[in-house]
Design a protein around this ligand. Sequence first.
Ligand SMILES: *Cc1c(COP(=O)(O)O)cnc(C)c1O
Ligand code: SF4
Length: 350
Amino acid sequence: MTNRRSPLTALISTPEQLASALNIPLAPLKAIHAVYPLRISAYYLELIKKVGMPLWRQAVPDMRELDDPIGMKDPLDEENLSPVPYLVHKYPDRALFLVSNECAMYCRFCTRKRKVGKPEMQITDATIAAGLDYLKKTPAISDVLLSGGDPLMLSDSRLEWILKALRAIPSIATIRIGTRVPCTLPMRVTLKLAAMLKKYHPLYINTHFNHPAEITPESTLACNRLANAGIPLGCQTVLLRGINDSPEIIRQLMYLLIQIRVKPYYLFQADLTLGTSHFRTTIDTGLDIMQHLIGHVSGLAVPTYALDAPGGGGKIPLTPEYTSSLGKTLEFMTYRGEPCSYPNEITVWK
Ligand SMILES: *Cc1c(COP(=O)(O)O)cnc(C)c1O
Ligand code: SF4
């Protein structure tokens, strides 16, 4: 963005700026920046300095991004599932509409690493008009997810133009916004923005926190402003090796999210995205974390652990195995691991 920003909302986006801010070697940053964009908000940079590795690794380029033998450029096959550019229609009744090519931070593990923040991702009035036109002509779609990039990186007026156009399409019932701004640039969530969003209910926001240290007074204020505008808030956390891949860290994060009125929605297995393999855990790790949550913490704090199937198969829930056999009785174990059973027949009393 070229407009002037206050110090808190300043964005670091060159290898030189980052090398000097963190006192790290410039050459690797330059090599990675030649392939993938770089951006960290001044706010998140201060958090990195305070907290260290779990936040550092989400934001600071790593040479392993350039040495990934197994990742895929477009693991979810989004390009083939786009009837018009920047609109992914994978499920019958909902669509993912990419309305922004920018984020406040370029997360190193991003699923859309192939395009987000790159010059070839050109979102214009014309691509948005084409997406709106497709939505108008496809009344089966009742739930539209605005994403990008990050829709909250648009100006209030541009975002409102899009929301107004969506609300003029009678077949669209629900609008969702996917945004990491409450976590990475919380001061963007002004009272003015919340008051604007509130006019377009039912509007849901799914935000994205990955570590308890990201819940700060600033991000709390941002979420409170949105919740006070009547917007139900969810969180889509990504399970990341060396960042949050332990039951204790995820439990803390989920509890803190509940405290700031954000309902954990998905815990995602990291996608098979090129340049992100160093972040991936095994699925066993995720199942073990879920087993430590289910029954042990408030049900409100339990997300659905899911993987997004390669090739556009959609999200698949992954649940620890509680049942061992289903015949005339269901044999299962409780959350404490005790064996238990339940009849699988209907008794008819004569
Ligand atoms: C994740 C996703 C959705 C929404 O899925 P929900 O399970 O309804 O949250 C819709 N479209 C695409 C392309 C997606 O990737
Ligand atoms: S905020 Fe979301 S879209 Fe943007 S870089 Fe991070 S993960 Fe990708």
